[in-house]
Design a protein around this ligand. Structure first.
Ligand SMILES: [Zn+2]
Length: 352
């Protein structure tokens, strides 16, 4: 009888310790739920996708999450922002500039690491790919000694051709970064508010459609997270400053467990780093100054609205159990202590 009582108490202890752990796990929607992450970086796109006719962007993200004016780094220059997007820290921390990324190759011996480094550590055999128009990224931002397949191409069309080839032929990439540069070129040549600039954004929408359809055609979207992000926006006279146009950047995320809705106002373009690792099931490094936006992920394949990431059934269960679990956790040590005193005093001897 004494044994039965002790076993029952032990069982209750295990049960009530396990319930909160289970509840915490269940709330980590999206963690490790993806086999592939595709990040499509569009240099200089800012918030321009909401100002042009962009049928591909619209169909890809209609049922997913987006913000056209995610926060950029304070200095709205390319290396500062691509550095932050890929390294997960602000530019004051990584210190990269357009000049430094051209002069210094980034290696795993450097102080701050890219998402490719963490992906390589977690997945030694994974196919990691970076295909860029602007060569500084592959040279000065992504490590050169961790077996990332790097390709530089001199036009966006050639970049997209290479992306489609890598998506559809051979082993599918676990993590792929793509950088397209024509929108920024149009801004530097004609100005950020010019017809030519917006025409370049519309052309970019066609590129997005080509890449997305290639992923879809191979059946990868079922287990892929598809992200579009800009480094900065543009003004009539270039970029680098702190105007609203320059310091707004599109951030859009599509995937099976992505909630439909607007990403929070304080989302940064560098949060892409945290989102990518989270989706692949890699714990966020302590060095990161980025995070997964609240409400981004919900239950896989059963999309919910952004305000309600927990399923109604889970929410009710949690609400009902929480006071009980919390109360039990508080009184249990006292109860065990009293039980111990009584037991030693022989109070339970009548149970024998
Ligand atoms: Zn740029």
């Amino acid at each position: 009888m004494k044994k039965l009582l002790s076993l029952t108490l032990a069982g209750l202890l295990i049960l009530f310790c396990a319930v909160p752990a289970f509840a915490a796990d269940a709330a980590r929607y999206g963690f490790g739920e993806y086999e592939h992450v595709f990040i499509i970086g569009i240099d200089g796109a800012g918030a321009a996708f909401e100002k042009v006719d962009s049928p591909n962007f619209d169909r890809i993200f209609a049922d997913n999450a987006c913000r056209h004016n995610a926060v950029t780094e304070y200095i709205t220059t390319s290396a500062q922002n691509w550095g932050s997007i890929l390294l997960g820290v602000d530019y004051e921390t990584h210190g990269m500039t357009n000049d430094s990324t051209q002069a210094n190759p980034h290696t795993s011996a450097d102080a701050f690491h890219s998402i490719f480094y963490y992906a390589r550590q977690a997945m030694p055999q994974a196919k990691l790919v970076s295909i860029c128009h602007w060569p500084n990224i592959n040279y000065g931002i992504i490590e050169n000694d961790i077996n990332v397949k790097k390709v530089n191409r001199f036009t966006d069309t050639l970049v997209v051709d290479e992306v489609v080839h890598n998506v559809t032929v051979g082993k599918a990439p676990t993590l792929m970064f793509v950088q397209l540069d024509d929108v920024d070129h149009a801004a530097h040549t004609y100005g950020g508010f010019s017809e030519e600039y917006y025409a370049a954004v519309e052309k970019m929408d066609v590129n997005l459609g080509r890449i997305y359809d290639a992923i879809e055609s191979r059946g990868l979207m079922e287990n892929s997270l598809f992200i579009v992000v800009a480094d900065h926006g543009e003004t009539a006279g270039g970029h680098g400053g702190q105007t609203v146009e320059e310091s707004s950047a599109v951030l859009a995320v599509a995937g099976k467990s992505v909630n439909k809705g607007l990403l929070p106002e304080d989302v940064h373009n560098r949060d892409v780093s945290a989102i990518a690792l989270y989706a692949l099931g890699i714990e966020q490094p302590a060095a990161f100054i980025s995070g997964v936006p609240a409400g981004l992920f919900g239950t896989a394949r059963e999309k919910t609205v952004a305000e309600n990431p927990m399923e109604p059934g889970d929410k009710l269960l949690y609400a009902l159990c929480f006071p009980f679990i919390r109360g039990f956790n508080l009184i249990m040590p006292a109860f065990a202590w009293i039980y111990d005193i009584y037991y030693k005093a022989g109070v339970f001897s009548f149970l024998k």
